[in-house]
Design a protein around this ligand. Structure first.
Ligand code: TRP
Length: 455
């Protein structure tokens, strides 16, 4: 993190530094791996429309909420709520954020492991569309030792970054690499759109069949929106704590929302036309991009180079998100230590976090690979369970809690102070609109969507 240690609170030295860090945290596997398959499973265009609605209805105000909580309290997600309210009644929200983070981390490592394995295959030139790409993925996903190996490499890389505190370097690197990923995706989209039948895929992705909008689709879209924007984990509370005093929260949040959504939509524009051009099933599930992309690379000039470049960028995007996920836990543990009068220094906190990651991701990998049997819950592997619990339950709950917290329990003056940042100050109508949305619209909509599906 680009910190300037001038006393107690580290802060980002530049406004753009914070935007890049928040975008680096938001853009990751959620956009490129998860968004296409969840869209495919939920009927394409209908899902996209609901997703975009969620991004603007929930995404923007909730990003602002997390930033305000972090910036005002200058604390990690452990101490933020309690420091603003001066009581411990909101402590459950901190713990709930922590649990969501740990659950997501455990499968995020596994999927990053899959990506690394594909990167190695791309370098070795051992994936080609002449073989059965579904079988290639199926073989990988049940190969416990291979997935565990790549998963451990991911843990090891992130451990090195965190241990030596070289986040600054990583951030500088990702300032160059993330735009490169975007350019690469544009080129892939153009190539894909030239394939025969690509228009069927575009219609699948962009044409809305309103009859397909069910409560389940809406709940999935909401969960995906929270996951992709990193809402409900406290990630942006943590970043907000490092925000320069004069940063414009609305502008920062809008930039994160737009860039994150752009990458997700671009991933859809690559994946769906290709799915129909190659005669695949859009509802393939989590293996979707791994089955589709290798065939896309074969259409491109310098196909081996393109696939190596793409998988490298994807791994880097995944690792920057993992680092930000781990940063939440590290800051949480350090603050918890201080609170229980057991000071835990950064290195100790890093070791504890890595141990948690190793254990939870190993369990997840073993469960998906199918050994041993008892690592499944009612026939579902831990990845499916963790994903469902976070997307359908914990993230909506945390978002609901944060909206109530900022809307009803934080004095209006605090919000005004944090949002009225010169030189581009927001006028008071904008502040009242924000309060109206976050007090009524967001919590009522989340509760309604949740109850409609489950009650
Ligand atoms: N938003 C990330 C993605 O789209 C995943 C993610 C979820 C995340 N929660 C997070 C990243 C918390 C950093 C911090 O891939």
């Amino acid at each position: 993190m680009n910190k300037e240690n001038n006393g107690s609170t580290p802060s980002f030295t530049s406004k753009i530094g914070l935007v890049m860090a928040a975008v680096g945290s938001a853009v990751g596997l959620g956009n490129i791996w998860k968004f296409p398959y969840v869209t495919g499973e939920n009927g394409g265009g209908a899902f996209l429309l609901v997703y975009l609605a969620c991004v603007f209805l929930f995404g923007l105000p909730l990003l602002m909420t997390e930033f305000i909580v972090g910036k005002h309290s200058r604390k990690s997600v452990y101490g933020a709520f309690q420091s603003i309210r001066k009581n411990r009644r909101w402590q459950w929200l901190s713990w709930s954020c922590l649990i969501a983070t740990v659950l997501v981390m455990s499968f995020y490592f596994m999927v990053t492991g899959w990506c690394l394995s594909y990167l190695v295959d791309a370098i070795a030139g051992t994936i080609s569309s002449t073989e059965d790409l579904s079988a290639h993925f199926a073989n990988l996903s049940i190969n416990t030792s291979r997935v565990l190996f790549f998963c451990s490499i991911t843990v090891f890389i992130t451990a090195l970054v965190l241990w030596f505190d070289v986040n600054k370097g990583i951030e500088r690197l990702s300032k160059i690499l993330m735009p490169l990923l975007l350019v690469m995706m544009f080129i892939m989209a153009v190539k894909v759109l030239m394939l025969p039948n690509s228009n069927i895929g575009m219609r699948f992705f962009f044409e809305t069949d309103f009859s397909k909008i069910t409560p389940q689709v809406i709940l999935s879209a909401m969960g995906q929106c929270f996951f992709s924007l990193s809402i409900g984990f406290g990630a942006l509370v943590t970043y907000g704590a490092y925000m320069p005093e004069r940063q414009n929260i609305l502008a920062t949040s809008a930039q994160v929302v737009v860039l994150d959504t752009l990458v997700a939509v671009l991933a859809g524009v690559i994946v769906f036309p290709a799915v129909f051009a190659f005669g695949l099933d859009p509802a393939e599930g989590p293996q979707l991009v791994f089955v589709v992309l290798p065939s896309v690379f074969e259409q491109m000039s310098m196909s081996r180079f393109s696939s190596v470049l793409f998988f490298s960028l994807l791994c880097i995007a995944a690792i920057t998100s993992i680092i930000s996920l781990m940063e939440i836990v590290i800051a949480f543990i350090s603050d918890l230590g201080a609170r229980i009068k057991h000071p835990i220094n950064r290195h100790k906190a890093v070791v504890i976090t890595i141990a948690i990651c190793l254990i939870s991701s190993t369990l997840c990998v073993m469960s998906v690979c199918g050994t041993p049997d008892w690592l499944k819950i009612a026939g579902h592997d831990l990845f499916e369970c963790f994903d469902a619990v976070t997307s359908y339950f914990l993230l909506p709950l945390n978002a609901f809690g944060m909206a109530l917290f900022i809307g009803w329990f934080v004095p209006k003056q605090v919000i005004e102070k944090e949002l009225h940042v010169r030189p581009r100050s927001l006028n008071s109508t904008a502040v009242s609109t924000f309060r109206l949305v976050i007090r009524y619209l967001v919590p009522i909509a989340i509760a309604a969507i949740f109850l409609k599906e489950f009650v």
